[in-house]
Design a protein around this ligand. Structure first.
Ligand SMILES: Nc1ncnc2c1ncn2[C@@H]1O[C@H](COP(=O)(O)OP(=O)(O)O)[C@@H](O)[C@H]1O
Ligand SMILES: [Mg+2]
Length: 357
């Protein structure tokens, strides 16, 4: 999949930019505050409807404007599409080939984009939701059963929580429905993880055996291993009534990474945590390519920071090996060493203006 052209208007410090991207590596250079992250943020918004920097999309708008627009020509499976995203006075208008898109999930399904930004390292050190999002991203793109089931689970969870607060006589009905949906999601997550983590282990073994060996992972479904979800829901019913929310289920699922039995977030250096998180995102791309026969676009904001030259080079080599489109940012060209003969399309950002180099 490719983003061929990109136009951005009034996204943070970028007042207006129109660029054509290359099929391989696209490198955005510039000093701090020149707009590099804002440019990647624009592509991310176009592909997901969400910013990776703020939960309030209105904050993305340039301070002097009441609207922002991002549009692009994308190419997927040989077909070109024009995608547009406009936010005007907080009203959002998304179009694909001039047809309105009402659900963000319909937008997301048109893209296969893997973004690595400053918060992506939270997959190691952050709350469980970051790890669940990682697994669920893959399931969303690879298994059509997943998203409707996930929506059903969220709805049932809300209904059960409401029933808990009212101490409803029909609580057992929600228990049964939630347990059934949760068991399906759990099975999907477990089999997806098996594939993804095998890839992580094999990338570590082939490229980082000295630094990151002894890696292992454990998945926690969100309730005790030796119990069904239904039994765990029933066993916790009184406590759940007391607190007014459901304490067990796939919404409490988590993934734990250990090195020699010790938690990754406590044992690994920051640079190693960043490397491991990048490996996890590269694994997503690798599995995507192998199983769905398509190379996703990779966007990495500030790859160089916190990594030594050897790690940076290894990660870049793997990314470039995929043969897909890559969007990278760096302060200086010298920060990244590319494998010999890699064509690089470079752009320079200055105070929100993008210049082709
Ligand atoms: N809503 C906004 N309107 C205008 N400028 C903004 C807005 N939000 C952030 N900025 C400014 O945009 C600049 C570019 O930020 P950023 O894209 O993060 O730069 P870089 O990644 O190149 O360091 C920053 O100086 C920031 O203060
Ligand atoms: Mg930045």
């Amino acid at each position: 999949m490719l983003v061929n052209s990109l136009c951005v208007e009034n996204v943070r410090c970028i007042k207006k930019a129109n660029i054509f991207l290359g099929e391989g590596v696209n490198l955005f250079l510039g000093v701090n505050g020149s707009g590099k992250s804002s440019l990647l943020e624009s592509v991310h918004i176009l592909a997901t409807g969400k910013s990776f920097r703020t939960s309030k999309i209105d904050g993305v708008k340039n301070f002097d404007s009441d609207n922002f627009t991002i549009c692009s020509t994308i190419k997927r499976n040989g077909f070109e599409k024009v995608v547009g995203y406009r936010n005007e006075k907080s009203n959002v208008d998304i179009r694909i080939d001039a047809v309105n898109v009402n659900k963000l999930s319909d937008l997301v399904l048109n893209f296969s984009l893997i973004t690595f930004h400053s918060k992506s390292i939270f997959i190691i050190e952050g709350e469980p939701q970051y790890r669940r999002r990682y697994i669920d991203w893959w399931l969303f793109h690879s298994n059509s059963q997943f998203y409707p089931e996930w929506l059903r689970y969220q709805k049932l969870l809300k209904q059960r929580n409401a029933a808990l607060r009212q101490n409803d006589n029909f609580l057992h009905v929600w228990d049964e429905a939630l347990a059934e949906s949760g068991e399906i999601i759990n099975l999907l997550r477990k089999s997806a993880l098996q594939i993804l983590m095998e890839e992580v282990v094999s990338i570590i073994k082939d490229n980082y055996s000295t630094q990151l060996s002894a890696f292992s992972w454990q998945y926690n479904s969100g309730w005790p291993k030796d119990e069904t979800l239904l039994s765990a829901l029933k066993r916790n019913q009184q406590r759940d009534i007391l607190y007014g929310f459901t304490s067990v289920g796939v919404h409490r699922g988590d993934l734990r990474f250990t090195f020699n039995g010790k938690d990754a977030k406590e044992t690994l250096s920051r640079g190693q945590q960043k490397t491991l998180s990048l490996i996890m995102f590269i694994s997503l791309g690798s599995i995507h390519k192998k199983l769905l026969n398509e190379t996703p676009i990779f966007m990495i904001d500030d790859l160089a920071s916190e990594l030594d030259d050897e790690y940076r080079y290894s990660l870049l080599e793997q990314l470039i090996d995929f043969g897909g489109q890559i969007l990278l940012t760096a302060i200086d060209k010298k920060d990244l060493r590319f494998p010999m003969s890699t064509p690089v399309n470079s752009f320079m950002l200055q105070k929100g203006e993008v210049h082709v180099l």
